[in-house]
Design a protein around this ligand. Structure first.
Ligand code: SF4
Length: 291
């Protein structure tokens, strides 16, 4: 049966429990693993996320193609200078999202949550919550379970793949998952977690996938930095009680409908959007085609 947010909420209500507990129950049933094994796997995932979010902050990491890199360090230096217009928390969050993106482009180890292209958003969000509020690993692992429930709804009813649904499906999904996790960590109930996830998807609906040369580098790195901002802003809006007119299930259906009508050139082929700008084509020729 396809997972719907409506059903997840009903199950939470019936059992008087939180979303992470339902997600844990489903993980045990779907994987056949014990609860202990699931917590161990979550810890390993969290450890990878912590590492990737920090690894490129102080050392320039250049991608395998040589096309991108060093931006996480630039953003981190800017954060250390205290000059950010947005403030320290967003500046560091963006630096950490860029860090994981660069580790990914350098073929380092990342947790693809939900995809490699969007892998910067969740680690940066969780590390932001850790740095700002000091949440324990146990709390962060429960937050990861919340993200898996939100992700399951998207996976079952739409897609995570940029090649199918555009960047809205990758970085939008990651931001939705992360936004719900933030609300959970702050102690808000499942309705607010849902509202945050809904806002994050709606904020990015229609975003195309147009990486230079089809490589997951640029503008993917910018979209990861923007994705963590989307997650934090959507969580803040939900926790401030900004009303959502549509449900998360409806937002996911909308994402699917929009993805279905995106032309192929805007779905990871590198044949549309910014990928065909003259500057992008020059970079592609130099770093990817070796001309
Ligand atoms: S632009 Fe495409 S490849 Fe890059 S993060 Fe978005 S969906 Fe992934």
């Amino acid at each position: 049966m396809l997972t719907k947010m409506k059903n997840l909420k009903e199950r939470c209500e019936e059992k008087n429990c939180d979303l992470w507990e339902i997600a844990l129950e489903d993980e045990i049933e779907n994987t056949g693993k014990s609860e202990e094994e699931i917590w161990d796997r979550l810890q390993r995932t969290l450890d990878v996320m912590k590492k990737s979010a920090q690894a490129a902050l102080e050392t320039e990491i250049i991608s395998v193609t040589g096309m991108t890199g060093g931006n996480a360090k630039s953003m981190h230096d800017y954060f250390l200078n205290g000059e950010s217009v947005l403030g320290d928390t967003p500046a560091l969050a963006m630096a950490m999202a860029l860090s994981t993106s660069e580790i990914n482009a350098a073929m380092g180890i990342i947790a693809a949550a939900p995809t490699a292209g969007s892998s910067g958003i969740l680690p940066a969000t969780l590390m932001t919550m850790y740095k700002k509020y000091g949440y324990s690993d146990d709390e962060l692992k429960k937050a990861l379970l919340v993200t898996s429930a939100i992700g399951q709804v998207i996976f079952d009813n739409a897609t995570f793949a940029g090649a199918e649904g555009g960047c809205q499906a990758e970085t939008g999904s990651a931001a939705a998952m992360a936004a719900a996790a933030v609300c959970f960590l702050r102690g808000y109930d499942i309705q607010i977690q849902e509202n945050a996830a809904t806002a994050a998807l709606l904020n990015i609906l229609g975003l195309v996938c147009d990486p230079i040369g089809g490589m997951v580098e640029f503008p993917c790195n910018l979209r990861n930095a923007n994705g963590v901002m989307n997650a934090l802003a959507s969580a803040d809006m939900a926790m401030a009680n900004v009303k959502m007119i549509v449900t998360f299930d409806e937002a996911v259906d909308a994402l699917k409908r929009v993805g279905d009508v995106l032309p192929a050139r805007l779905r990871e082929t590198g044949e549309g959007g910014i990928a065909v700008c003259p500057s992008a084509l020059k970079l592609k020729a130099k770093y990817i085609d070796g001309e």
